[in-house]
Design a protein around this ligand. Structure first.
Ligand code: SF4
Length: 359
């Protein structure tokens, strides 16, 4: 099994609109259909983060600065830019005294301190499930554990978590690295992980670590979040019956890239990731009767609908949803935004939009 290091930010490829009806309805053996995975798309943490930027723009007016992409989806970022958000790489690019939103992937304490020193008004849209991992890192470091953080070096979530206890954290990028990573005291080691990894690959890494360090401690609860796990379970079921799987998601979206890998491992004959429907290629559909479709946790449903419309134009009008879980989790908005300007509790203080993931 291989692991992909995610380099950020994703290239800002402008959307190229193609003529409708671009895909041809060529004959295939068997009945053309789509298996649509559910859950898919927006998770509670992404929804909260996007609503946080929208509310900050409503409350404070444009521009509102956002450190890094608020979520890893080019469409979401472009839409927020159109509304007046300015995305920066670091807080030193933000004018003193301005509002800055920290992305769903979290930040290290050094970033919080830098924003404070600059007199910025920070709004922390870190997903609560990422914050949970930060707290675990702080606690295990306080108890003098060495922390093996399974995740992708360079991903901002990993940078944020590692930054909570830099002297205690070693990043383990892949199962292969589990065979070589060095620790000072094998009796005092714990593993934690990035929230958006492949469940299977992470367990392989843990098993290989445990072979070398039998006293390896487990995190108190799953670090790979519910949304990542649910989307992987759903695509496993779809992939087993699909000739082709299309994952809607951006190239820097860890959980979207993992969905392509998982689909291939679980039986899809081919699997591709696209940002937009226009990227679906005619040759992918050659001889394909069943197309599986899913989307990463940072993907708005409208982009999936556009892929389904493109597929319908190519004869894949029969869409069957394959649902493996219900999701109804919602998170409160960041505390800075829970009250409106008159001090009343905001109507959307608890969560953002009405639905997540399923059709
Ligand atoms: S993918 Fe998981 S950890 Fe990331 S924002 Fe969504 S719920 Fe939170």
């Amino acid at each position: 099994m291989t692991s992909t290091v995610v380099h950020l930010p994703a290239p800002r490829v402008p959307r190229v609109r193609a003529a409708t009806g671009r895909l041809q309805d060529n004959p295939v053996v068997g009945h053309k259909r789509v298996l649509l995975a559910a859950p898919r798309g927006y998770c509670a943490g992404v929804d909260r983060a996007v609503v946080a930027v929208e509310k900050a723009l409503e409350r404070y007016g444009a521009p509102v600065y956002v450190r890094k992409q608020i979520v890893h989806n080019i469409h979401v970022v472009t839409e927020l830019e159109d509304k007046g958000a300015i995305f920066v790489e670091e807080v030193d690019e933000v004018p003193e005294g301005a509002h800055v939103v920290f992305s769903a992937h979290g930040v290290s304490p050094a970033v919080v301190d830098a924003a404070s020193e600059r007199g910025l008004h920070a709004i922390d849209a870190t997903c609560p499930l990422v914050t949970k991992v930060h707290r675990e890192a702080v606690r295990f470091a306080r108890d003098d554990f060495e922390i093996l953080l399974i995740g992708h070096d360079g991903h901002e979530e990993v940078e944020g978590t590692a930054g909570e206890a830099p002297d205690h954290v070693t990043v383990v990028n892949s199962p292969a690295e589990a065979d070589t990573v060095q620790v000072k005291d094998p009796s005092k080691v714990v593993w934690l992980s990035q929230t958006t990894l492949s469940v299977d690959e992470t367990m392989e890494t843990v098993n290989r670590l445990r072979t070398r360090f039998p006293d390896l401690h487990n995190p108190p609860s799953d670090d790979i979040c519910y949304a990542t796990q649910n989307r992987q379970v759903a695509i496993k079921k779809v992939a087993a019956n699909a000739d082709l799987v299309i994952v809607v998601g951006s190239s820097n979206s860890s959980n979207s890239v993992r969905l392509v890998e998982v689909a291939l491992e679980y039986g899809a004959k081919a699997a591709y990731r696209v940002d937009y429907a226009e990227e679906v290629k005619q040759e992918w559909l050659d001889g394909v009767a069943t197309v599986g479709v899913t989307s990463g946790a940072s993907v708005p449903e409208v982009l999936v609908r556009e892929v389904l419309d493109a597929l319908a134009g190519a004869g894949y009008q029969d869409v069957e949803e394959v649902k493996t879980a219900e999701e109804d989790l919602m998170f409160s908005l960041p505390k800075e935004l829970r009250q409106d300007s008159s001090g009343q509790r905001d109507a959307r203080a608890l969560g953002g939009r009405a639905s997540h993931g399923s059709a």
